[in-house]
Design a protein around this ligand. Structure first.
Ligand SMILES: Nc1nc2c(ncn2[C@@H]2O[C@H](COP(=O)(O)OP(=O)(O)OP(=O)(O)O)[C@@H](O)[C@H]2O)c(=O)[nH]1
Ligand SMILES: [Mg+2]
Length: 350
């Protein structure tokens, strides 16, 4: 699962990317410079991994992760983000938009003034326009081929009308059949979207941005890019101390990553033992058999049954053997829907 980060030039995309990943991808001072796509796995913070680690003292612990991609965009004052530079996010499963809300005379703004609500609208318009172009081209082609009577054409027409009104397609607009039929187009405006206001050192009025995001039903995170990036580059011990001094439990980006994970429709289940405590990702609603395949394809193929216990219950019992004695470990068959927080042992045979 992959999330793309987009935004206007110099909004702080790479700075936010660095704060998520703890990496040090080059940020641009102001002249632009050579642009590249930055890609990294980001561990999803999860206290359940920590708690299970305290119980099992494993050799290693592994968090779930999501792929985050920082995408440079080409921007034109009139045309907005150029559709060609949006190609990279067609493959993403979710879109994060970074809008600039920091003032810094040393960093020029492509539209000269700091106005996060306006910038967000520019980006949304670009996404809508990009989808619009895709639809228009396809409709022209179907027309040329004499396929105006086709179901596809009718569906595209419906989409065309909505986009023409400057509206997002959104997740509920198409039915599952239509989604399947059109999945090849990878429409941008059906992807889940999260907004980050890069607030910098504070002082910018966010009320218009807040109004806009809430009227569009979009979730807004306020993150101070530069200071979060500095925090992410501290050694873990120093990081804890630094946050504690500021009266914080965790960096602000953590809340964002957790939310992103949910947005991607993922849940975590766990395996736990003396070797390893590990969180595994699977799409919400998956069967335990499919989930087992995340651990190893043999486990899915040769699935017999699973021993399942909720993580909290396992902690309360103090381990598997005690939990079994108390009858707290359930046996589940292949159709069982794995739940967020399940700790599992898969029995399989190949
Ligand atoms: N004062 C201040 N400057 C920031 C903050 N976040 C980013 N910047 C600066 O803004 C400039 C652009 O930041 P980047 O993270 O490179 O922005 P970007 O969106 O990746 O830029 P492009 O990839 O060139 O489009 C850099 O000089 C950053 O140091 C912040 O929170 N406060
Ligand atoms: Mg950048």
């Amino acid at each position: 699962m992959e999330a793309g980060i987009i935004g206007l030039p110099l909004a702080g995309k790479t700075t936010i990317f660095n704060s998520l990943t703890g990496l040090t991808a080059a940020t641009v001072s102001y002249s632009g410079g050579k642009k590249q796509v930055n890609l990294s796995e980001v561990a999803v913070p999860d206290e359940r991994v920590e708690k299970l680690t305290e119980l099992f003292h494993p050799k290693r612990k592994i968090h779930a992760s999501v792929l985050v991609k920082d995408i440079p965009v080409q921007f034109d004052e009139q045309k907005g983000i150029l559709p060609a530079s949006l190609g990279e996010i067609r493959n993403a499963d979710a879109v994060t938009v970074v809008v600039r809300a920091f003032s810094d005379k040393a960093v020029p703004h492509p539209l000269n003034t700091v106005d996060p609500a306006r910038d967000l609208q520019k980006i949304l318009d670009s996404l809508i326009f990009s989808d619009y172009e895709v639809v228009e081209k396809r409709m022209e082609r179907l027309t040329r081929e004499g396929k105006k009577g086709d179901r596809e054409y009718h569906t595209l027409q419906k989409i065309y009308e909505k986009l023409s009104e400057g509206k997002f397609l959104g997740s509920g607009f198409l039915n599952p059949d239509e989604i399947k039929m059109l999945s090849g187009f990878r429409f941008l405006t059906v992807k889940p979207m999260i907004i980050i206001a890069n607030t910098g050192e504070g002082g910018t009025d966010l009320s218009r941005l807040e109004e806009k995001t809430s009227s569009l039903g979009l979730n807004l995170f306020s993150i101070s890019g530069k200071s979060e990036m500095d925090i992410s580059q501290l050694e873990p011990v120093d990081q804890k101390e630094f946050l504690a001094d500021m009266g914080l439990k965790e960096p602000a980006v953590n809340r964002f990553i957790k939310y992103l994970y949910k947005t991607l429709n993922l849940i975590s289940f766990f395996t736990a033992g003396e070797d390893e405590v590990r969180a595994w990702s699977v799409e919400r609603g998956s069967s335990i058999q499919k989930a087992a395949g995340k651990i190893h394809s043999d486990m899915e193929k040769g699935f017999i049954r699973a021993e399942v216990i909720e993580w909290k219950e396992l902690l309360k019992m103090g381990g598997f053997s005690q939990a079994k004695k108390e009858g707290a470990v359930r046996l589940e068959g292949k159709a069982y829907t794995v739940q967020d927080g399940d700790v599992v042992v898969i029995r399989f045979n190949v």
